[in-house]
Design a protein around this ligand. Structure first.
Ligand code: ADP
Ligand code: MG
Length: 239
């Protein structure tokens, strides 16, 4: 299988008045399709910046970003929005569900961006809710769900458009250990069933064993790349 994520000499600088922060400093990276890659590194090392560049939420100051064959670094806002809707899925620390929509409707809402047939969307939303183990909770509002359940709805929503790449920024950062482990297990199994490539940012190194590959960032560059950690299912992690 070829690489689905390619970064070549990617630099991202943020100018804040007189000060320039180098969030990423010439990163080169290739990730194979279907891999689960964990990104570790201290706060401020550039993890979120890297994820945002792959997800088309941000553009590099220099370098190339090629995702599933698309060179997105030069895309304007409109093409980036279209790219995001078609190609990537996002999971964030704070779930970011729409509070006035039920679990199933949150998933349908994401589907509406790419699927015009409402009946097909509703059916796929139900199927996704089922897959993340919330078959009986589809009609519940986010406030009626626990944190772990809300994050599973967010996983269903992120997978709605069959993304090639799933980007997860500290997905267990707001969950207790047991709930976090369950969420990772659902994430791992659903993504692997679909052959989705996963980039998962965490500062919890105990999560690393679920990965096919572990990257450690420091100060805007990849300090360590372990392409062969021994993968362990999330449910068996000792953290
Ligand atoms: P991490 O996710 O590893 O904690 P980030 O990618 O968020 O790190 O940040 C990397 C560096 O870039 C930090 O020094 C951060 O302060 C800076 N940074 C990130 N986003 C912005 C922004 N929008 N404006 C200015 N500086 C930023
Ligand atoms: Mg971050």
């Amino acid at each position: 299988m070829g690489s689905v994520v390619e970064l070549r000499g990617v630099t991202r600088e943020y100018r804040m008045g007189e000060v320039t922060v180098q969030a990423l400093r010439g990163v080169d990276l290739e990730i194979d399709a279907g891999q689960v890659v964990v990104l570790l590194g201290p706060s401020g090392s550039g993890k979120t910046t890297l994820l945002n560049l792959v997800g088309g939420l941000d553009s590099p100051t220099a370098g190339d970003v090629v995702i599933a064959g698309e060179a997105i670094a030069g895309y304007d806002a409109l093409r980036l929005a279209d790219y995001r809707a078609r190609t990537v899925g996002f999971i964030f620390q704070f779930f970011n569900l729409i509070p006035s929509l039920t679990a199933a409707e949150n998933v349908e809402f994401a589907l509406a961006l790419v699927e015009r047939d409402h009946t097909a969307s509703a059916g796929r939303a139900r199927e996704l809710i089922q897959r993340v183990g919330l078959g009986d909770r589809g009609d519940h509002f986010p406030a009626q769900l626990s944190g772990g359940e809300q994050q599973r709805v967010a996983i269903a929503r992120a997978l709605a458009n069959h993304p090639r790449v799933l980007l997860c920024d500290e997905p267990t950062g707001n969950l207790d250990v047991d709930t976090g482990r369950q969420v990772l297990d659902v994430l791992d199994s659903t993504a692997r069933d679909d052959g989705t490539t996963v980039l998962l940012v965490t500062h919890n190194s105990a999560i690393a064993p679920m990965a096919d590959r572990v990257l450690r960032l420091r100060d805007g560059h990849i300090e360590h790349d372990d392409p062969n950690p021994t993968p362990t299912p999330a449910s068996e992690l000792d953290w």
